[in-house]
Design a protein around this ligand. Structure first.
Ligand code: UTP
Length: 289
């Protein structure tokens, strides 16, 4: 099935990254030299998605500017003949009308953010991409779309039992094949004792239109927020709900540790940095600690 639209919820406050995120969107934090949101948009584009819908909030205008022309910068680079740098500054420009922005007026949760985009979605499944879940390789949503038939599909991975309370956690059913498991239940941020498994949801989803109808009526759940997982959970039994066990490496860039790890991982793959960074890490970190 073709999926042409993706929603990028970027309305959150990013409180775990204060003070960096006081006036700058968390999704603009760079991994090496590229903001998190650009990796997510590239992953979506790589999957054939050509309509990019951002759910923003106050203080997030840097995201809109990032995906637009910067005439002063471009003219300056052009006049200096810096063609390669100019290309980098322009690489995220898509054909006019590809990007749409809606405002979430209060950070009432991921489910609420997704619901805010309802008028831009027709009777079609849509991808949801959380930029702070950074996937190294950038093929996960493409693989999910290739395996999607109907209903809801969520990217899932095993996490340490002690960490389950930070995630939506699934109750897995039958294995459909090596990568796909049926989901029998779904609970947001369970305690370690109450978690149905240690298989957690990460920020790649394909949702059916009926989820928007559920969100319309939905009350607040865990953390007093309107949770997307609760809406998807309520559809279990009415439509397919599948977990896609993705194989690419994922970094939780909403946390400081994940963000630093991602920066090291992505830098070490850059030919111009690889050798120097490796020797520095060995010298400064490994041998001194
Ligand atoms: P997070 O819970 O990781 O982001 O939500 P947060 O709330 O911004 O960060 P902390 O916990 O305070 O540090 C995952 C994604 O959902 C978006 C966030 O912007 C992030 O990309 N989100 C979350 C919204 O768009 N609106 C919300 O109300 C909540």
């Amino acid at each position: 099935m073709k999926i042409k639209k993706a929603i990028f919820p970027v309305g959150g406050l990013g409180t775990r990254f204060l003070p960096a995120t006081k006036s700058m969107p968390k999704e603009m934090l760079p991994i090496v030299d590229k903001p998190l949101i650009q990796y997510a948009v590239e992953e979506a584009a790589n999957a054939g998605i050509d309509q990019f819908i951002f759910v923003t909030s106050r203080g997030k205008s840097a995201i809109e500017n990032h995906f637009d022309h910067s005439f002063e910068l471009e003219n300056n680079l052009l006049s200096k003949g810096k063609r390669q740098t100019l290309k980098t500054a322009q690489e995220m420009l898509k054909i006019p009308g590809s990007f749409a922005y809606v405002r979430q007026q209060e950070p009432a949760g991921l489910g609420h953010a997704v619901w805010c985009a309802r008028h831009l979605i027709g009777d079609e499944p849509v991808a949801i991409m959380l930029a702070d879940d950074l996937i190294y390789g950038g093929n996960t949503i493409k693989e999910m779309i290739a395996n999607y038939n109907s209903g809801n599909m969520l990217a899932v991975m095993d996490v340490d039992k002690k960490d389950v309370s930070s995630y939506g956690v699934i109750s897995p059913g039958n294995l459909i094949d090596n990568n796909i498991t049926e989901i029998l239940g779904l609970v947001e941020k369970p305690s370690t004792e109450n978690a149905p498994s240690n298989m957690a949801v990460v920020g790649r989803y394909i949702i059916e239109p009926a989820v928007f109808d559920v969100l319309e009526q939905q009350n607040r759940g865990a953390s007093n927020e309107i949770q997307l997982t609760d809406a998807i959970a309520s559809r279990i039994g009415s439509s397919n709900c599948m977990g896609y066990k993705f194989s690419e490496e994922r970094f939780d860039c909403g946390s400081k540790l994940g963000f630093i790890q991602a920066n090291i991982r992505f830098s070490i793959e850059r030919p111009e940095m690889k050798q120097n960074l490796k020797s520095w890490l060995e010298r400064e970190i490994v041998s001194k600690n």
